[in-house]
Design a protein around this ligand. Structure first.
Ligand SMILES: [Zn+2]
Length: 456
């Protein structure tokens, strides 16, 4: 698979600062009129520059970060040119942040590493193994939120006003975005039938085949999924693939259903849930294909012409072209950006944010609601292989980080993993996570509701 070229203009200090501060001021309430910047701006909160000319080049990785303690965490600080100085100096009427948290936040939020790194896996994805999160071991820590927390403390000092992380619907301390990628509706019978055939158990194979023909498939469960989620007073988001069958002769499968045959069901679901696009294999790189698929979803909905949220099948994403295709489409939000290989924070941030347009030196318009946890990550043979009892202890620290910063937890649970036959990452594991979240007082919101809540 050939990679589109990286065609980026050098990023100016002003562009970096504007991009990062725009996110910072959205993360807290209220926003007192405090100037944050580098020495040349004579700001009240001064950040010491540490990036030299990194952002005028095309290197994917900066020098190794220094780890410093903040809020009882060891936090990696990139572009930390003054490790001998205290991280934060509170002086009369002003404050100095000695690590360049603006450059470091820009580096992580913008997606710089994946834009300039040329490594991709067999599905065309930026691999976790090539990330700074993997290299320095901070995938489950929303590091940019920690940088912002340093700035928060500085702003509080200068303004004499306490800043609070944003709150969600009904004053909830954090939000949860429950999503389902609908890849398969009719294939639950296939694996057990194949296994029976392999064992030479023709009778068993015949029984699976007969059941398949005579009974609804265990994965044909969209309405049950909706009810399962509704039991928590929640509504969730279903992403449908408008593209049937194998993507190419030997390529991965898209949907095992034909969307146009599901239209009445999709419209009924849409009364209580959100419907979005699950972009098929290749659509992340092909604007015509993506446009046609968005149209097909639009046609399936009664409320036509609404801006869509989406996630790409296989979490496909090409940082050098996908964001501008989404902009061209007028997408409302995307929720693809998590690592398939590990739960956590691919951009080290636990709030919705805007990716950076390296061609034009500004933020993209659509919101990214980053994906934190995919069901498959927990148990897939190539990913984490956690036993059911290991799941909550593994993900709880990440959930606590999201709660601490008033963020959004995005969960992907495929409809096929509501099949009671799945005892590894199935309905029991889903409910355990949901019960924990409910117990923490989260607000369950759809992507659309999250976008409405964070609009500037
Ligand atoms: Zn999918």
């Amino acid at each position: 698979m050939n990679l589109p070229p990286a065609t980026a203009a050098p990023v100016t200090t002003e562009a970096r600062l504007a991009y990062v501060l725009r996110h910072f001021w959205l993360a807290y309430q209220p926003a007192p009129p405090v100037r944050i910047g580098y020495a040349a701006d004579r700001p009240q909160v001064e950040v010491l520059e540490g990036a030299v000319d990194f952002f005028s080049g095309h290197e994917p990785y900066p020098a190794a970060p220094n780890f410093r303690a903040w809020q009882e965490q060891q936090v990696p600080f990139f572009f930390d040119a003054h490790p001998e100085r205290p991280l934060l100096e509170l002086l009369p009427g002003r404050a100095v942040v000695s690590a360049d948290v603006v450059s470091a936040a820009f580096y992580l939020l913008s997606g710089w590493q994946e834009y300039f790194c040329a490594e991709r896996d067999q599905h065309g994805r930026f691999p976790y193994a090539a990330s700074v999160q993997q290299r320095y071991g901070f995938v489950a820590l929303p590091v940019v939120n920690y940088y912002f927390d340093v700035l928060r403390r500085a702003v509080e000092h200068v303004s004499g006003q306490a800043l609070q992380p944003r709150r969600w619907a009904a004053d909830a301390p954090f939000a949860t975005f429950v999503t389902h990628d609908i890849d398969n509706l009719y294939s639950a019978w296939k694996e057990p039938a194949k296994a029976a055939l392999k064992r030479g158990n023709l009778l068993g194979f015949g029984r699976h085949l007969w059941q398949h023909l005579a009974q609804p498939d265990a994965w044909d469960n969209l309405e049950q999924v909706q009810q399962n989620v509704a039991a928590y007073g929640a509504s969730s988001t279903f992403f449908f693939i408008p593209n049937y069958g194998r993507s190419t002769e030997h390529g991965p499968y898209n949907a095992d259903y034909r969307l146009h045959k599901l239209i009445p069901r999709v419209q009924t679901l849409a009364a209580k849930s959100e419907i979005g696009l699950h972009g098929s294999i290749g659509s992340a790189r092909t604007p015509q294909q993506l446009g046609a698929e968005a149209e097909a979803i639009g046609e399936a909905l009664t409320d036509k012409g609404q801006r869509l949220g989406l996630r790409f099948h296989y979490l496909q994403w090409e940082p050098r072209v996908t964001p501008e295709h989404l902009t061209g489409l007028g997408a409302l939000y995307d929720s693809t950006l998590g690592f398939a290989e590990h739960f956590g924070f691919r951009h080290s941030y636990c709030l919705p944010f805007r990716l950076f347009d390296f061609k034009h030196g500004q933020a993209f318009d659509f919101l990214e609601i980053p994906l934190n946890l995919m069901d498959a990550t927990l148990h897939h043979p190539r990913y984490l292989r956690l036993a059911p009892a290991e799941i909550m202890p593994a993900i709880q620290p990440m959930l606590q980080e999201i709660e601490r910063f008033g963020g959004v937890f995005t969960l992907l649970w495929h409809n096929e993993n509501f099949d009671p036959a799945n005892s590894a990452n199935g309905p029991r594991e889903f409910h355990r996570i949901m019960e924990y979240l409910r117990g923490r007082g989260t607000a369950f919101l759809t992507g659309r509701a999250i976008c409405a809540a964070v609009q500037e």
